[in-house]
Design a protein around this ligand. Sequence first.
Ligand SMILES: *Cc1c(COP(=O)(O)O)cnc(C)c1O
Length: 428
Amino acid sequence: MYKVTLPSKEIPKKWYNIISDLPVPLPPASESEEGHQLANLPKIFSKSVLEQEMSQERWIKIPKKVRNVYKMIGRPSPLFRAKGLEEHLDTPAKIFYKREDFSPTGSHKLNTAIAQAYYAKKEGAERLTTETGAGQWGSALSLACSLLDIDCTVYMVRVSFDQKPHRKTIMELYDGEVLPSPSNKTEFGRKMLTEDPNHPGSLGIAISEAIEDALNADGVFYSLGSVLNHVLLHQTIIGLETKKQMEIIDESPDIIVGCVGGGSNFGGAIFPFVKDKLDGNLDCRFIAAEPKSCPTLTKGEYRYDYGDTAGLTPLLKMYTLGHDFIPPSVHAGGLRYHGMAPLVALLAHEGIVEPRSVSQHDIFTSGSTFAKAEGVVPAPETCHAIKVGMDLALECKKNKEEKNIIINFSGHGMLDLKGYDDFLEGKI
Ligand SMILES: *Cc1c(COP(=O)(O)O)cnc(C)c1O
């Protein structure tokens, strides 16, 4: 068996909301004394998305239109067995990887982009604003907006804007408007540029700009690509499909690994299995892989903090490196974020999710091993999960254990070849 596919009609009909099943209640979002961050939420988010953010319902229906667009972009995505990698590592473990790179924009991010664009359009919005780091989220939202017929403005972190011009091309192909952040378009952006005309930008700053834009315009919503509960809810399509696929081959996972930036692909992949574990029906470890240079879960503090730099978002209880932390410009741009989804943070705090951090050199080494063994070039973000998955497979070899390891393959690296170039030239 090399791959498990699901027919389109088997696409899940509901997303899974883990809020109703958590071992301890999720600390609510709050606001600072001087801010109106909570009061501002209805201005920047669609009603449907805000309802989902706070919902206690265990299962939330996926609208038919959203399911159809999911099918159109190729869902359900296949689950592959990494036989080449198993042979290369000479491990008794079975390694599986869930192919989120099969999406047209190359990552899992379309799963929530489609849902968010759908609800915004349904509630009469004309435009969505957002931030993007490496460009993955910006391209996903631009495509989703184009498919659902709504405009899209993307504030792109300036270092990526300069380093990854091809992502900008893709966003523009999908009719997205792309601005380097900090930009001249918002008050906060202008303030950052006065402080440093060559400001490299950060996700936190780009979020502030996108929110300010939405707050000051009518018929405009803001869209976030990770961190928030509703985003992780939409991403559970990954774990729900994976569960069906494992059932088809009569296997169950012993370990699930994913990389974490804001926590959305990882949360989406594991939550349906976390439910089984909490119900006492599954014995499985959940391992979150993050960069050593942005070690939110392994070195951050579990406390309330803002999701952005200017403090326009509500305060969220999460692991954080501080909302003014500017991460070094590592190649895995999608993992350069100071915070972590409150849902993933809570599970880590409860010991249900185990974090591990990995170095930039190791991730490219693992990525090139994977490319040679399986043929697919992983995104640098995904390489974090691969590195940890490979380490675990080698532990299985040492202990002669035949475990099932699932790696959530969050995206391909065909637009991240600069990082691989630097690696091959010995610059990393
Ligand atoms: C954006 C991105 C990530 C990180 O975001 P999460 O919200 O943590 O999932 C990981 N992998 C890829 C390929 C991405 O594009």
